[in-house]
Design a binder for this molecule. Structure first.
Ligand SMILES: Cc1ncc(COP(=O)(O)O)c(C=O)c1O
Length: 424
């Protein structure tokens, strides 16, 4: 996390002190570093230099308008999974011609909105979806460009809840069925079958990139087969999935250059545009969640450091047993002997924790704590469980910073509810 460093004893995001932000916006809050978004995007983009390509940022990872606008300025397209995300992408200035619409359950209304905005294409996941898309396009007098999402039955060797490319997962079309469905797509009115798509999972860290190599090899086989059947393919969508480093001391995941080398080696000679949909890779290490210690509680043989962030703010530890490094915002406590402790939130669930049995500085009430690598699948997965308002998001750029989503207030949450007449 190159953009998060200690300066004069305080953890900074680029040139801004996290303690100073906390003093103004309160805790908890998410903080993102623009330079980290930029360096990740550029590393991937330059790794594919010389090959026609488009990076469609998987905005499900972090869809704040300021993040999207930063990506759009760099030239990114977007991978969206709902009409809500599509509207967010358009609002952030992303041209529809760079938007790919993915997901297993698009509704006809979502299809109609996307078709009428002339998006780059749909990644289609079933025969039923092909038929629905065809009929919506015909109703609108338009053509929908599609890529078929193929399930290669490849083991991504990642957490079961984020593995998507095995035959037992709900995603994509069985590999052997793909030629028949591409023929079907070609025969249906209102569709242009122009690509194939695979996404085998997320947080893939295999040192040799073997899951990607296996999937790309199958993709190549299928592309050649489809060409032989007369399909005029334009692009291959490689999906996302390249992992980031969450744990200090672990072997870092392969970098974008190694990933691009495999993609080019397997697919480079096909003359097809390579589309990719990275999410976590672009934003994971660009963000932290800053929280404050409320109380220290000594349990029986267990020390609990209770902080003001909880599973509703960052659900990754609870949902995926995810590891996030924990850094003190004040460097001083870094030098003190470590203490084994649980970092837990105030939510009424045993699963509400950020770190368990971790050797950390001897925090005391009032200390600020940074939960690292929280830029992806953090704020976007937050909820208001326990009527806890969504926390602010802050974007830093050099020595500047701005609140890019203010803290929600409790009254706004309560105001969403309505009393039926019999209780009024
Ligand atoms: C279809 C698709 N593409 C891209 C992504 C982004 O994955 P990652 O953030 O691991 O790059 C996902 C994540 O769920 C996905 O489902």
């Amino acid at each position: 996390m190159l953009q998060f460093t200690y300066s004069r004893g305080v953890l900074h995001a680029e040139g801004v002190s996290l303690a100073a932000i906390a003093a103004e916006v309160g805790t908890p809050f998410y903080c993102y570093a623009t330079a980290a978004f930029e360096s990740q995007y550029r590393a991937l983009d330059s790794a594919f230099a010389g090959t026609e390509h488009l990076i469609c940022y998987a905005m499900k990872a972090n869809s704040n308008q300021a993040v999207l606008a930063t990506m759009a300025k760099l030239g990114a397209g977007m991978d969206v999974v709902s009409v809500g995300e599509l509207k967010r992408a358009l609002a952030a200035g992303v041209p529809a011609s760079k938007v790919i619409f993915a997901g297993v359950g698009k509704t006809r209304d979502e299809m109609a909105f996307a078709i009428s905005h002339d998006i780059l294409g749909f990644n289609v996941e079933s025969e039923a979806e092909l038929e629905a898309l065809s009929s919506v396009a015909v109703e609108l007098g338009k053509t929908a460009r599609i890529a078929l999402r193929v399930n290669p039955d490849v083991d991504a060797k990642t957490h079961a809840k984020i593995s998507t490319g095995k035959s037992e997962n709900k995603f994509g079309i069985p590999f052997d069925d793909a030629p028949r469905l591409m023929d079907r797509a070609r025969a249906l009115p209102g569709l242009a079958a122009v690509g194939i798509h695979m996404h085998i999972g997320s947080q893939i860290t295999d040192a040799k990139l073997s899951p990607f190599r296996d999937a790309f090899t199958l993709m190549r086989e299928l592309a050649l087969d489809l060409r032989a059947r007369g399909h005029e393919l334009e692009h291959l969508d490689l999906g996302g999935g390249l992992g980031v480093s969450y744990k200090l001391g672990n072997q870092p995941p392969p970098d974008p250059a190694a990933y691009a080398a495999v993609a080019k080696e397997v697919l480079g000679d096909l003359g097809l545009k390579l589309v990719m949909e990275p999410g976590r890779l672009l934003v994971g290490n660009a963000g932290v969640l800053v929280t404050r210690v409320t109380f220290i509680k000594e349990g029986e043989g267990r020390r609990f450091t209770i902080v003001d962030a909880a599973m509703n703010d960052l659900i990754r530890p609870t949902l995926y047993e995810a590891h996030h490094e924990i850094w003190p915002v004040s460097e001083l406590s870094r030098d003190a002997p470590m203490v084994v402790q649980d970092l837990v939130g105030p939510v009424c669930e045993t699963g509400d924790y950020i770190a368990l049995e971790r050797s950390l500085p001897p925090f005391v009430a009032g200390d600020l704590v940074a939960v690292m690598t929280a830029g992806a699948y953090g704020a976007v997965m937050a909820s208001t469980y326990n009527t806890r308002p969504l926390v602010p998001e802050v974007l830093v750029r050099g020595a500047e910073w701005a609140v890019v989503r203010p803290r929600m207030d409790v009254e706004a949450i309560i105001a969403l509810d309505r009393l039926p007449g019999w209780l009024g």
